[in-house]
Design a protein around this ligand. Structure first.
Ligand SMILES: [Zn+2]
Length: 308
């Protein structure tokens, strides 16, 4: 989601992909809200003899890539993957050709089938944890209604979900939940999200470069007299390039060449660039390649403010 937010900000105003990227960001925000509501409800209401561990937005290795698990519930007697749909309208799961569509305000809208998404999540989890994993589709919005139900997995309204999950424990199973939690924690950060540039056919060269002013938003800052200065809102910063480097890392990965760093930060002076990179990156070879030290929290903090 961060990636989409950064990409949207870095796309020039008239870029053909801009609206689509924004739509995606909005949808993932809605999705994340549904996942959050689901996890919170389960934390509060799930009544089991031993407490379950609940994770949101987990990516697990699957086939040649990764599969996303919206919410993962881990308990000593069962593991369950949830596919959360925070959508309104009437849902049709077509089990003959596995297509999915919803009807909203009389319009038919085709979408990725939540059942096949969940199936990937369940398969990936089973392989990753080495045990059987339950799967459930959750409707987290009260204005969603199922017209044609799915075949392979149950679809449950959020309010009823605790009761549904409370039937899952299998006393014959005895899983080491701490072990599973350790596996999930280690899987974090291994996957940098889908390649949005490729997906939206955006060339790196078409993005806006430079260090953005975090005071007023879009304006490019200028480096002069040892500070970044915004000539619109007059904000002054000594480390605004840190944020720009984190944006780069989210979009392209942590490796950056010194050559491209000049362009990305809009710095011309060799000594200035060297000093900036010296603090925020690690040198990995002698051909000018460096590794950006990840500080996602900078982006999270900023975008939380923007999108709240
Ligand atoms: Zn400004």
């Amino acid at each position: 989601m961060l990636k989409g937010m950064v990409l949207f900000d870095r796309l020039p105003v008239n870029h053909p992909a801009k609206d689509k990227v924004f739509g995606e960001v909005k949808r993932s925000l809605a999705g994340a809200a549904g996942e959050k509501r689901t996890a919170e409800l389960l934390e509060r209401e799930l009544d089991l003899t031993e407490k379950a561990k609940i994770f949101r937005g987990v990516w697990l290795p699957y086939l040649d890539g990764f599969a996303q698990v919206d919410v993962l519930v881990m308990h000593t007697n069962f593991v369950c993957a949830l596919e959360v749909k925070n959508m309104v309208g009437e849902f049709h799961f077509d089990s003959i050709n596995f297509q999915f569509h919803r009807i909203i305000d009389g319009r038919v809208e085709g979408m990725r089938n939540p059942e096949s998404q969940l199936h990937r999540a369940v398969k990936a989890s089973e392989k990753f944890f080495g045990c059987k994993v339950h799967g459930t589709i959750v409707l987290s919005s009260r204005s969603g209604r199922v017209a044609v139900p799915p075949k392979l997995y149950p679809v449950i309204a959020l309010d009823y979900l605790p009761f549904h999950i409370e039937k899952m424990p299998d006393p014959r199973l005895s899983l080491d939940v701490e072990d599973l939690v350790g596996l999930v924690r280690r899987s974090r950060g291994q996957y940098n999200g889908p390649d949005l540039l490729k997906k939206h056919k955006v060339a790196r060269e078409s993005l806006e470069v430079g260090v953005r002013c975090l005071g007023c938003g879009k304006q490019k800052m200028e480096w002069s007299r040892l500070r970044w200065r915004c000539n619109k809102c007059e904000k002054v910063s000594s480390n605004a390039h840190e944020f720009a480097l984190q944006e780069y890392a989210v979009l392209f990965g942590e490796e950056i060449t010194t050559e491209f760093a000049y362009t990305w930060l809009g710095v011309k002076d060799k000594y200035t660039l060297y000093r900036m990179l010296e603090k925020s990156t690690i040198k990995i070879n002698n051909r000018g390649k460096r590794l950006i030290i990840a500080r996602r929290e900078l982006l999270i903090e900023y975008f939380q403010r923007i999108y709240s």
